[in-house]
Unconditional design. Structure first.
Length: 217
């Protein structure tokens, strides 16, 4: 069982080996995280070529050979040659890089399926047992957590500051949030009725203040 973690790779060098569609998917995730990407491959697919053309990827046009991997934070071996992936991963590991191999389970990290809505990030992993199930769950959750939740998260951040000011103890704040994170408010956000959901939370906060002042809490 792996230990889930979110990595900050902004401006960090991440090296990808391979120029096909698997490599392209890995590169897209790194771009979203604002990584500096170096790609090693003799040829690249058209999707990657588009990224190279707009300077989002630095392409080193060559086959893998010992010593060609630059120092970096992450290394992803994404060729269709398992032996090449293995050799390259071993070299990257010696450089103390985090290593992901798409054709070998001995890598020291895996990349889960990801859903991003603004600052909301959901990840799904089946520990490599069933990528198909992981994809199904991702598609299902994408329908549940639509783009409205990115906006809602920003609103919640502002409400959270107000809650901190009005509810003084950690335990009381936790109880307040448990109460307002309800199915009703979830469905309102999902359907785009964010204002109604916000009113519900503000009313709950005002009600809390009133009860607190009269000694009910």
């Amino acid at each position: 069982m792996s230990y889930p973690i979110n990595l900050n790779v902004e401006d960090k060098i991440c090296v990808v080996l391979g120029g096909g569609h698997v490599a392209f998917r890995k590169i897209c995730g790194l771009i979203e995280a604002n990584a500096r990407i170096i790609l090693i491959a003799p040829e690249i697919c058209s999707d990657i070529k588009n990224l190279v053309d707009i300077n989002q990827v630095e392409w080193r046009q060559q086959n893998y050979s010992s010593g060609c991997i630059p120092n970096g934070f992450i290394f992803i071996a994404a060729t269709n040659d398992e032996e090449v992936n293995k050799l390259a991963a071993m070299e990257a590991a010696k450089k103390n890089m985090l290593v992901n191999q798409v054709t070998n389970k001995s890598a020291n990290f895996t990349i889960p399926s990801v859903i991003r809505q603004g600052n909301l990030t959901l990840t799904i992993s089946t520990e490599g047992l069933s990528p198909a199930l992981s994809k199904y769950i991702r598609l299902y959750l994408e329908n549940q957590f639509n783009e409205n939740f990115a906006i809602w998260l920003e609103r919640l951040s502002k409400i959270r500051d107000e809650v901190k000011n009005k509810i003084k103890t950690v335990q009381e704040r936790e109880q307040f949030w448990r109460n307002v994170m309800s199915d009703e408010n979830f469905l309102l956000v999902q359907s785009g009725e964010l204002d109604k959901a916000e009113v519900n939370i503000c009313n709950a906060l005002n009600s809390y203040r009133s009860k607190s002042q009269d000694g009910s809490y």
